[in-house]
Design a protein around this ligand. Structure first.
Ligand code: APR
Length: 244
C-alpha cells in the first residue's frame, strides 16, 4: 500500500492532504473519537453547538479555555513538519485541516485551509460585523470575553456542529480536490462536509489514500489505506521520496 502511494506521489503534480485530530495526537492534543477521544467523556451537544453556547456561555468558554491551555503546551510533530515542507517546496501542494489547534501554521504550512476555524481566534456572538480577532492569551483575561466593537459576548472562532463552513474555505477545499493524489491523515472521516472531500477528489480522478492508526469509515473507499501513526508514516514517505 505504501509503495503504491509513494509511486503515485513521485509522478504527481498536485497533491492535497486533508488532516484531522490524529495528526496532532503525537503532539499531545486529544482527539475527539477513538481511544481517549474527547467525545467519550464530554457531550458535543453540551459544548460544541450554538445552542450550548446560548444556554451556558461560561461552561462552553471553560471547556475552550481548558483546550487552549492544553494546546498551548503542545508543539508541532514530525507529521506537521513534513506537510509544511511539502507546501513550501511546491505551490501545488495544499493542506486542508479540520483542526483548530493551528499546529500546521506553527510548523510553517503555506496556503493552509482551516475548515473549522481556529481556537486562537474569537468572534462576536451577535455578528456585529467586526472581523474575527486573534487572542493567544492563556488564560484569557475575562470570562466570558466580549466583542471589542459592540461589547456583546465573544465566542470561540471555531465552527460548531450545525454551523456552516466559510464559503471561501469550502471553495478553496473543493478546488484542491482537483488533484493527482489526495491523502486523508488522522481523521475518522465521518464529519461532513470535510469527509465528502475525499469522495469529491476520487470522483475527479485522484488517487486516494488514508493514513490512520485504525480503520475508518473511509478505509474501504480509498485506493491505499495505510495503518500507522501520521508522525512516523509521513516522515517515512518523505524520506523515501528523496531517494530517486
Ligand atoms: N496518526 C494517525 N491517525 C491517528 C493517530 C496518529 N498518531 N492517533 C489517532 N488517529 C486517528 C484516530 O484513529 C481517528 O480515526 O485520528 C482520528 C481522529 O478522529 P476524530 O477524533 O474524529 O477527529 P476528526 O476526524 O478530525 O474529527 C472531525 O469532528 O468533533 C469534530 O470539529 C471536530 O474537527 C473535528 C471533527
Amino acid at each position: 500500500m505504501l509503495d503504491r502511494l509513494i509511486a503515485r506521489l513521485r509522478s504527481a503534480t498536485r497533491v492535497t492532504v486533508m488532516t484531522g485530530a490524529g495528526v496532532s495526537a503525537a503532539s499531545g492534543v486529544p482527539t475527539f473519537r477513538g481511544a481517549g477521544g474527547l467525545w467519550r467523556t464530554f457531550r458535543a451537544e453540551d459544548l460544541a453547538t450554538p445552542q450550548a453556547f446560548a444556554r451556558d456561555p461560561s461552561l462552553v468558554w471553560e471547556w475552550y479555555e481548558w483546550r487552549r491551555a492544553t494546546i498551548a503546551s503542545c508543539t508541532p510533530n514530525a507529521a506537521h513538519g513534513v506537510l509544511a515542507q511539502w507546501t513550501r517546496e511546491s505551490p501545488h501542494c495544499t493542506v486542508i485541516t479540520q483542526n483548530v489547534d493551528d499546529l500546521h501554521l506553527r510548523a510553517g504550512t503555506e496556503r493552509l485551509v482551516r475548515l473549522h476555524g481556529s481556537i486562537w481566534e474569537l468572534a462576536c456572538w451577535q455578528r456585529c460585523g467586526t472581523p474575527r480577532w486573534r487572542d493567544e492569551r492563556v488564560p484569557l483575561p475575562s470570562r466570558p470575553m466580549t466583542c471589542p466593537s459592540c461589547g456583546s459576548l465573544a465566542r470561540p472562532g471555531v465552527v460548531w456542529f450545525g454551523e456552516s463552513l466559510s464559503p471561501a474555505d469550502l471553495d478553496a477545499a473543493s478546488a484542491a480536490c482537483s488533484c493527482d493524489v489526495f491523502i486523508a491523515v488522522g481523521t475518522s472521516a465521518i464529519v461532513y462536509p470535510a469527509a465528502g472531500l475525499l469522495q469529491e477528489a476520487r470522483s475527479r480522478g485522484a488517487f486516494t489514500a488514508e493514513i490512520n492508526v485504525e480503520p475508518t469509515a473511509a478505509s474501504s473507499a480509498v485506493d491505499a489505506a495505510i495503518q500507522g501513526g501520521a508522525e512516523t508514516v509521513l516522515p517515512e514517505i518523505a524520506a523515501r521520496l528523496q531517494v530517486r
